[in-house]
Design a protein around this ligand. Structure first.
Ligand code: HSE
Length: 331
């Protein structure tokens, strides 16, 4: 059994991590809950016991085997090296180390072997990238994907629990004829959407979009795959959706793609043309699998496929992926 610490235990991802360690019966010798000094002292129940959250400091990692870090990038940057020095392996959910060539970037359904090459830190990819990778890699294995164009529909919870609450408050205000207040987002999100996150780079891409480009290449182990994305924030509360256009070197039959995806790890095919039922974020919420459907040929060229996916970005897009990486380490 392993001595595990969760850094960022009081956040939304931290809460999912706790639930998954319990429900997946992770071999735990000990569990330490760490957070910022502001959240220290909170009590969290785990397997019927009440555990106190401790403020993280330089000594927090003594005797710890695995750190599941779900704090912000600056906390990870400061704390991960200390944890590694203390002998722990850090599975980090922030973007701090993802593109570091010494740090494996792992989606267990895609590149599990990369996890064993770590030098103390393993990075958990960006949520939107994980969901897309799980859905398209099974096709890439059969016929190489030349190009991916993605449009995402990202829920408010991707910007944190307070953002979710803000959308609900805005919706109530609007429905009762009042002016909605925006503090987390720059404008009201209720009954609206944002076509981009800020800041935009000199080419007009935001960070989330560039993560999809760069992280997909690293996870798939090829710089040849071309990716472009438009990441949109929508007033869905939880679970992200993505419209994906794929271009291959040769034609890929939609029925073959459907068959491959029907048994792909981490995927649930939801592609009911007769029942007119396809993936929706409300159905992906709280689920482990990425729901994939609307699989069709691209009518604009004969080597293209289109699909639609929904996945819980806090679960498979963050916490579950991290716990699966931890499971690879203890196998
Ligand atoms: N960057 C994502 C979003 C959250 O803003 O929706 C991913 O964890």
């Amino acid at each position: 059994p392993y001595r595990v610490a969760i850094l960022g235990a009081t956040g939304a991802v931290g809460q999912e991590l706790l639930e998954l360690l319990e429900s997946r019966n992770f071999p735990l010798a000990d569990l330490k809950l760490l957070a910022s000094a502001r959240s220290a002292g909170q009590k969290i129940s785990f397997k019927g016991e009440s555990l106190a959250v401790e403020a993280v400091d330089d000594k927090s990692f003594d005797g710890i085997d695995i750190v599941l870090a779900s704090a912000g990038g600056s906390t990870s940057k400061a704390m991960a090296p200390k944890a590694v020095e203390a002998g722990a392996v850090v599975i980090d959910n922030s973007s701090a180390f993802r593109m570091n060539p010494e740090v494996p970037l792992v989606v267990p359904e895609v590149n599990p072997e990369a996890a064993s090459e770590h030098k103390g830190i393993i990075a958990n990819p960006n949520c939107t990238t994980i969901l897309m990778a799980v859905a398209v890699y099974p096709l890439h294995k059969v016929k190489k994907i030349r190009r991916i164009i993605a449009a995402t529909y990202q829920s408010a919870s991707g910007a944190g629990a307070k953002a979710m609450a803000e959308v609900q408050t805005q919706a109530s205000a609007i429905l009762s004829g009042q002016q909605p207040v925006a503090s987390i987002f720059p404008y009201p999100l209720a009954f609206n959407l944002f076509p981009h996150n800020t800041p935009l780079n000199e080419m007009g891409y935001c960070e989330e979009e560039m993560k999809m480009v760069n992280e997909t290449r690293k996870i798939f182990g090829t710089q040849e795959i071309r990716v472009s994305a438009t990441c949109v924030r929508v007033p869905v509360l939880r679970a992200h959706s993505e419209a994906i256009n794929l271009e291959f070197d040769e034609p890929f039959d939609k029925d073959e793609a459907r068959k491959i995806l029907s048994s792909a790890p981490g995927v649930k095919l939801v592609d009911d043309w007769q029942g007119n039922y396809f993936p929706m974020p409300i159905d992906a919420t709280g689920r482990d699998e990425v729901l994939v459907g609307r699989i069709r040929q691209d009518i604009s060229h004969n080597c293209g496929l289109e699909l639609w996916l929904c996945g819980d970005q806090i679960r498979k897009g963050a916490a579950l992926n991290a716990v699966q990486i931890a499971e690879l380490l203890v196998e």
